[in-house]
Design a protein around this ligand. Structure first.
Ligand code: NAD
Length: 429
């Protein structure tokens, strides 16, 4: 055999040995499933598309799509022409093959406002019965956090079957772009094999894969959708209030909101407001939302605003409780960042100050406050109290460090010290 051929066969053998699966099988061929299936064919994978609705299968075989979604038809024609896809109503697998499954069946919400997992469970039961070799399931359908874990614990009896969560974030009308040029791919797994498989299948998509556990992946999907519905309900809450107040030009009010420089990245990106922490503080936000909440009561439109105020108290109390549980009154505690946000020396109505006050009330004696800009304000505010005020924290083996206002240098500092000494209210590490 020529050297060239030996090299070719060696490469082929290596490739086959590294391949953890032979075929991709997509179950449920709606917006998510068909887009998933055709995107993989477009990256040269062989795909079996399965749907239990005969009309769906028959029309796809005839190159017809029963819903409207740009790009999919031409990709469907191409995939069928290149024999990259075949459509089946039933699951039937070859004995000598390992499969990857993308489950994209519907998860409608029932009358009790709970996801109906009937389709998902049915699909998993079927796969379990029908696979001969290995099967790796990616759940793309949207579910409540904890669903994948509970399926693993209660449903899976076949050791050859592994499951992970891989929520889908695409938008209808932009499904092709969103899948193929995704801003994020999240894979939540309990079994390490999914890291290898995900790298193999997603490497051609040029999007970084975020690996987490399955409950975090499911949580991320809920976070994303709830964020969007919240934005719309937030707007509508104001529209209802505006209608009730009369004479409010709702259109212009919303147009002026959309002109906010923060949407365009200056002075800060609006996304810098999307973070958990001790709660919002400062001179404006707390007082304004309280006043609006009280005022809107007259118009029965207060519950949304009241919830904003309540959540601010709830999160503060949650962190305080955590701190009181983790530390003792004699412990040395550094509080990192005292102004109500970065880049200002204003400590009025800062949640970090509230925290210091509550710790003092709880008889904590060794507090060290660190802030790069608020030194003078802190000296004035705490002049009668025995508190150390500094700009830069020192590392001490037995101290605790609470990150409250996340200056970069403080975040970098807590990244370098043992986690058990850190209370990160901003979830930065
Ligand atoms: N539509 C979106 O924009 C979007 C985006 C992200 C995530 N999701 C989630 O993805 C999942 C699918 O959404 P969709 O919009 O593609 O739904 P869809 O209703 O368009 O498609 C679901 C398909 O699954 C098929 N199906 C149902 N049960 C089946 C079974 N047991 N076996 C085989 N096929 C079965 C149906 O016949 C249907 O064709 C849902 O959980 C949804 O919440 C949807």
């Amino acid at each position: 055999m020529e050297l060239k051929n030996i090299f070719y066969f060696y490469k082929l053998k290596k490739k086959l040995m590294n391949n953890l699966f032979d075929e991709i099988c997509v179950i449920g061929l709606g917006f998510v499933g068909l887009t998933t299936a055709l995107s993989f064919t477009n990256k040269n994978f062989k795909v079996i598309g399965i749907d239990d609705n005969e009309d769906v299968i028959n029309s796809l075989k005839k190159r017809k799509i029963l819903f409207n979604e740009p790009f999919l038809r031409s990709k469907l024609i191409k995939a069928i022409k290149n024999k990259k896809i075949r459509f089946e109503k039933n699951l039937d697998f070859l004995e000598n093959k390992n499969y990857i499954f993308f489950i994209c069946v519907g998860t409608p919400v029932n009358a009790k406002s709970e996801y109906s997992l009937k389709n998902l469970h049915q699909t998993i039961d079927l796969i379990q019965k029908k696979i001969y070799k290995k099967g790796y399931i990616f759940i793309k359908s949207t579910v409540i956090p904890g669903t994948t874990k509970s399926i693993i614990n209660s449903k899976i009896k076949n050791n050859n079957l592994k499951i992970c969560s891989n929520p889908e974030f695409l938008r209808e009308g932009k499904a092709w772009e969103d899948f193929n040029f995704a801003d994020k791919i999240v894979v939540g797994y309990e079994d390490e094999i999914f890291k290898k498989i995900s790298k193999q299948i997603y490497k051609k998509f040029n999007t970084k894969v975020t690996f987490v556990n399955s409950i975090t992946a499911e949580f991320s999907k809920q976070l994303s959708n709830a964020f969007l519905s919240n934005l719309i309900s937030f707007s509508n809450n104001f529209a209802i209030l505006g209608e009730k107040l009369k004479y409010v030009d709702i259109k212009t009010a919303f147009n002026s909101l959309r002109l906010d420089k923060r949407f365009f990245g200056y002075p800060a990106l609006i996304s810098s407001y999307i973070h958990p922490g001790l709660g919002f503080g400062g001179y404006c936000l707390p007082k304004d939302i309280k006043a609006l909440s009280k005022f809107s009561k007259k118009y029965n439109q207060n519950s949304f605003f009241e919830k904003i105020v309540k959540t601010n108290d709830q999160i503060f109390n949650m962190h305080l409780k955590k701190i009181l549980k983790m530390t003792k009154t004699k412990d040395k505690i550094y509080i990192l960042g005292l102004s109500f946000k970065e880049g200002t020396d204003d400590i009025r109505f800062s949640k970090s100050i509230d925290l210091v006050d509550r710790l003092l009330k709880n008889k904590y004696k060794n507090l060290i406050l660190c802030d790069p800009l608020s030194y003078n304000n802190l000296i004035n505010y705490y002049k009668l109290k025995k508190i150390i005020i500094k700009k830069i924290p020192n590392y001490e083996k037995n101290a605790f460090y609470i990150l409250s206002t996340p200056y970069k240098k403080y975040v970098n500092f807590i990244k370098k010290i043992p986690k058990k000494q850190v209370i990160d209210t901003r979830y930065m590490i």
